[in-house]
Design a protein. Sequence first.
Length: 215
Amino acid sequence: MNIILLGPPGSGKGTQAMRLVGEFDMTQLSTGDMLRSARKSTTGVGQRVAAVMDRGDLVTDEIVISLIEERLSDDLKGGAIFDGFPRTLAQADALGALLDRMGQRLDRVIEIKVDDEALVRRVTGRFTCAQCGEVYHDETRKPVVAGVCDVCGGSDFSRRADDNEVSFRTRLLAYYRDTAPLIGYYHAHRKLVPVDGLAPIGEIQEEIASILRRS
Ligand code: AMP
């Protein structure tokens, strides 16, 4: 099974993808994570990608499509959860062509619906465990013991450079300009299923899981 998690920045795509991987034995393909690892390289491309991401703009279709193409050539048993990809109509077309070529199909596109101001609050307080990737929040989800990850016991936490209000508003604009048209696109392809992204995390997970079990 191959699915896309579609939603604005901070809507919980990454959190849900991580949880679904555990339950459905699928592989999470996050272009944001791939790009964060690519930007660490000191090459020209790495530096350019870093500048674009920090501003909150979209990296070129060519770069992200080639990252996805590379990962899809591995044997992804159980299928893929696309997290943060596609983000433009050109990326959606490229994904369709790649899956066709592999004799696979896209099963569902889960649209995680949330309101913008809730997103600003959510994203600007966000931090993650550097060891296991568990996501926390300054106000709504602090570790039980301050400074210690609830899941793995790690004590090293990080904040994304683009999780500040200025970059976030740019990312939101990019979402409405370039990515929101995909809602109509996948609706027309009869793939789209909306879920309420403001519900508690566990409830959203259960709703998506039940959609996938029925697919
Ligand atoms: P994310 O972790 O999905 O929020 O992505 C972080 C940043 O990486 C975005 O703000 C973009 O700059 C870049 N990015 C991630 N995925 C894509 C994509 N599919 N197309 C273009 N840029 C992307």
